[in-house]
Design a protein around this ligand. Structure first.
Ligand code: G3H
Ligand code: 13P
Ligand code: ZN
Length: 374
């Protein structure tokens, strides 16, 4: 063989240096070492297993059997992530770290992956190793789900609920095939929630039709199913006209359709069900925000007792984002109003993080029942 070819076709050993994510290539004959560019590294698929994350399989089985729900908290930045992890370690709760496509654009996919890696290390440092799922919230295309699976996510949602029933099945099935080949779990959705669903907004909800669930689950192979029984995204889940008022003038939302949930449970017994749009919109935060210069009119959420009831059923994942936004905003406004001279972000993001942690601990212990289940 000509020396030139020999030089090229030498066994290449790729040794991965995990601590700084730099690859070393060593050729047998030349002992030549090359550093590959970080761009090359970023294009390599990273499995969630390498990051120390878990998929949702085991967690959901235990949650359905144990009559509680796993918290799925959205995060976009470091303070939210710290609060979620601190709260879940302190209450010994498993957790689903939820990332929307908007959050991915905001925080950067590479940073997010490394934040998840950091989350696994951080909980060990906090002294209690809770199981952590990294989940894509409201994935709307196969390409987005694939990109997340290739970038360390252990679970994805493919939200085909805005498509026709047949197209929803086809899209969901395609994602399931790719995801399952990588050990990643998939959440599908049937029925439409009102409010903003990531970048898709729906003015009106349509309840899940129980007679479709068996067919959808068996044809797609999904691991869990998000359903629509009257919850809704955002801080204004219902118009005042849809609500009644109690004697103090507080808006009381229309009852969730627990009858639909029960019918679904009968048709697919023990199958993991997911509730989106499950913020309770605590009125103490709405009041604080309004008194401190904000404007949040007629904000109303899902009462905690209703979520507790749902968590005791086959609902094993409850999605909460807006409540965290309210807690942070209220805490930050408080600092701005009480200390107008403050300009160190740690002085307002720190209290916001503490408030968030309190909120998440309360959810785990009193609403979802996930405390002590890790
Ligand atoms: O369901 C939607 C989540 O609250 C995510 O919201 O798209 O603004 O990050 P986002
Ligand atoms: P909330 O807007 O009620 O917090 O719902 C969040 C959600 O469903 C994320 O997928
Ligand atoms: Zn949602």
């Amino acid at each position: 063989m000509p020396p030139k070819c020999r030089f090229i076709i030498i066994i290449v050993l790729v040794l991965r240096n995990r601590s700084n994510d730099v690859f070393l290539i060593r050729t047998k004959k030349t002992s030549y070492y090359a550093l590959l560019s970080t761009n090359y590294l970023n294009n390599m698929a990273v499995s969630y297993k390498e990051l120390g994350l878990v998929n949702s399989d085991e967690l959901f089985k235990k949650a359905v059997d144990g009559g509680y729900a796993i918290p799925a908290y959205n995060f976009n930045n470091m303070e939210q992530l710290q609060a979620i992890l601190q709260a879940c370690v302190e209450t010994k709760s498993p957790v689903i770290l939820q990332v929307s496509s908007g959050a991915r654009k905001y925080a950067n996919a590479t940073l997010l992956r490394n934040m998840a890696r950091g989350a696994v290390e951080y909980v060990k440092e906090l002294g209690y190793e809770i199981p952590i799922v990294l989940h894509l919230d409201h994935g709307d295309t196969f390409e987005l789900c694939k990109d997340c699976i290739d970038n360390g996510f252990s679970s994805v949602m493919i939200d085909g609920s805005h498509h026709s029933y047949e197209d929803n099945i086809a899209l969901t099935k395609k994602v399931v095939e790719y995801a399952h080949a990588h050990g990643v779990t998939v959440e599908g959705e049937l029925g439409v929630l009102a409010g903003i669903e990531d970048e898709v907004s729906a003015e009106h909800s349509s309840y899940t039709q129980p007679e479709e669930v068996e067919d959808f689950v068996s044809k797609t192979g999904v691991d869990s199913l998000a359903i629509s029984i009257g919850t809704s995204h955002g801080a204004n889940k219902f118009t005042p006209e849809q609500c009644t008022r109690n004697e103090d003038g507080v808006l009381i939302p229309p009852m969730l359709r627990f009858d639909i949930l029960e019918e679904i449970e009968k048709r697919i017994p023990g199958f993991p069900i997911v509730l989106h749009g499950s913020s309770s919109v605590p009125q103490k935060y709405v009041k604080m925000i309004n008194e401190l210069g904000g404007k949040m009119k007629d904000a109303v959420g899902i009462p905690e007792e209703w979520l507790r009831r749902a968590a005791k059923s086959a609902v094993c994942k409850i999605n909460i984002d807006s409540d965290g936004r309210l807690a942070m905003t209220a805490a930050i406004r408080k600092v701005f109003v009480e200390k107008p001279g403050e300009f160190d972000p740690r002085k307002y993001l720190g209290p916001a993080r503490d408030e968030l942690k309190e909120l998440y601990m309360h959810k785990n212990v009193n609403v979802l029942g996930s405390a002590g289940k890790a």
